[in-house]
Design a protein around this ligand. Structure first.
Ligand code: CMP
Length: 139
């Protein structure tokens, strides 16, 4: 699997860093092969983050993810899952490396600007959650 799902979260859209995130993807030999802006319902956010449903932050996370528009993208490239996670930085922005998206723009462990799939299995589920085959370009 050389594809991953990226989300620019509601805080990232509100901070006007959509272009900044896209620039970092495109300038690191990764290609955007599908993209759209939408707003999830609470139920859709709960479905997306179902693996976290026992976590104490689940209710707050799904409220936040449904609170405003997001940008979802499918990204393709060599080692894309690890590479995009490197570009994002650690989940907790305080632990994120210099020059990463979260270090530069996140202000909160929950409102951390971006999401990226963490394994090929997760990527397959997450891509199919937002896109059908006809919405994904081959480049
Ligand atoms: P994400 O990579 O989208 O995966 C799960 C999300 O839960 C995470 O980013 C954060 O937005 C959110 N979250 C909130 N609190 C925590 C926490 N304590 N640990 C991990 N993730 C958290």
């Amino acid at each position: 699997m050389k594809r991953t799902l990226s989300i620019i979260k509601p805080d990232g859209v509100a901070k006007d860093v959509i272009g900044e995130v896209i620039k970092r993807i495109e300038s690191n030999q990764l290609k955007i092969i599908a993209m759209k802006m939408l707003q999830m319902t609470k139920t859709q956010a709960e479905g997306f983050y179902a693996v976290h449903k026992e976590r104490p932050f689940f209710d707050s996370l799904t409220d936040f993810m449904a609170s405003g528009p997001i940008v979802v993208m499918v990204i393709e490239g060599k080692n894309v899952i690890d590479k995009y996670r490197e570009l994002m930085g650690a989940t907790n922005f305080e632990e994120a490396a210099e020059g990463t998206i979260r270090k530069d723009f996140a202000t909160d462990i929950e409102k951390n600007v971006v999401h990226g799939s963490d394994s090929p299995e997760t990527a397959a589920f997450e891509i199919a959650y937002f896109f059908n085959t006809f919405e994904i370009a081959s480049r």
